[in-house]
Design a protein around this ligand. Structure first.
Ligand SMILES: *Cc1c(COP(=O)(O)O)cnc(C)c1O
Length: 390
């Protein structure tokens, strides 16, 4: 059997066995509906949901009441933008998002633009950092929301979120939302200290299950969002629908572990990431790092290999699960909007690979990945210089 190595943490992470164990009883004997008020099945489910809510709140320095469960960060991002737009006071029609946001933000913003809202796209520099002067110039009295991600899912750049939130609040009455999906488990996130009003996170990017996420919605002073889903009035009326109790229990456990083990996870990822980079760079010339050299996620390595097509390189290393840095998704052949926003050029984009280190990767795996990549790049470069046979 062909062994494979998973190193694509930004796409998804495996469920931690401790998370799965916590979830299992909620599929079997504890199957109650958390909204059932008349019997112990319901009470037990509600208690589990509340416990998970506490854990998620603790992970970001919030209160349990400020956590709204969703089906994932795509929904959290949609609810933050569209829910805030619908509740914005008359005349407050302006939204700002950065050019390197996840599609869940970009496409929600584009949807609002079609519905008559004004959208400004805050530019970034070549390392992926939002230009603060340009952001300040975009803010005005009509801005109702600014959304800037905490850490980028492609090139790994970490924004100075507290500074950005302060700028937003100093220059406008806008709410500040951040998509912190990639930050969770990789860096400290604290909503009060940072001045964050709304924050999205996802279960499956932090070793929890897929199909569950949360939106932090600040309560003091109170923020009201119009719901996307209408129904039984669950989640303080902001998100109706019977709660996915097993997934919520899993998300709670996943974020509890992420909080408790933040330091060791961060050290582990950074050590493996640095080892991978050093091995590759010591053996190959024409290797370039994309994103910010220091202000980056500990588990992210985004490299361009001169004179190599990333798609060809992936075909040379089929047993290694990494992503090309250039494609938005495997379904898309367009260059990534993130690489375009950084202004690095198509060659640099088309030759880039994103490595995402997980909690479960080992030094031995890093060494295999480095060797296979070095071998693949050398082979493709050698083929490229040979005269074409006609
Ligand atoms: C994965 C991801 C999302 C979407 O999360 P889902 O839970 O898969 O919907 C949103 N934002 C970022 C930055 C992501 O990496």
């Amino acid at each position: 059997m062909k062994s494979s190595i998973y190193m694509d943490a930004h796409a998804t992470t495996p469920v931690d066995p401790r998370v799965l164990e916590e979830m299992l009883p909620y599929f079997t004997e504890r199957f109650g509906n958390a909204a059932s008020r008349n019997h112990a099945y319901g009470w037990e489910a509600e208690e589990a949901v509340d416990e998970a809510r506490e854990k998620v709140a603790l992970a970001i320095g919030a209160e349990a009441k400020e956590i709204i469960w969703t089906s994932g960060a795509t929904e959290s991002d949609n609810l933050a933008l569209i829910g805030a737009a619908e509740m914005a006071p008359a005349g407050r029609d302006h939204l700002i998002v950065s050019t390197i946001e996840h599609k869940a933000i970009l496409d929600s913003a584009a949807y609002l633009e079609r519905r008559g809202f004004r959208v400004s796209w805050a530019p970034v520099d070549s390392t992926g950092l939002v230009d603060l002067d340009q952001l300040a110039a975009l803010l005005d009295a009509k801005t109702f929301l600014v959304s800037i991600m905490t850490a980028n899912n492609e090139v790994g750049t970490i924004q100075p979120i507290a500074e950005i939130a302060r700028l937003v609040h100093d220059h406008s009455p806008a709410l500040f939302h951040t998509d912190a999906v990639q930050a969770m488990g990789n860096m400290a996130v604290a909503v009060r200290e940072a001045g964050i009003d709304l924050l999205s996170l996802s279960g499956h990017k932090v070793y929890g299950p897929k199909g569950v996420g949360a939106l932090f919605v600040r309560r003091r002073p109170l923020i009201r969002l119009a719901p996307l889903l209408h129904g039984g009035g669950h989640e303080r009326g902001m998100r109706s629908g019977t709660l996915n109790v097993p997934a919520i229990v899993g998300a709670g456990k996943a974020l509890e572990i992420a909080t408790q083990e933040l330091e060791s996870n961060r050290r582990h990822a950074a050590a493996l990431r640095d080892r991978l980079r050093e091995r590759i760079v010591s053996q190959l010339d024409g290797v370039f790092l994309n994103g910010h050299p220091q202000l980056r996620l500990p588990n992210n390595l985004h490299l361009s290999f001169a004179r190599v097509e990333a798609e060809d390189l992936l075909r040379e290393i089929p047993e290694i699960a990494v992503s090309t840095g250039a494609a938005c998704s495997s379904a898309s052949v367009e260059p990534s909007h993130v690489m375009s926003a950084l202004g690095l050029g198509t060659d640099r984009a088309q030759s880039s690979i994103r490595f995402g280190i997980t909690r479960f990767n080992t030094e031995a795996e890093v060494d295999v990945v480095a060797d296979r990549v070095i071998h693949g790049v050398r082979k493709l470069r050698a083929l490229a210089v040979q005269p074409e046979a006609s």
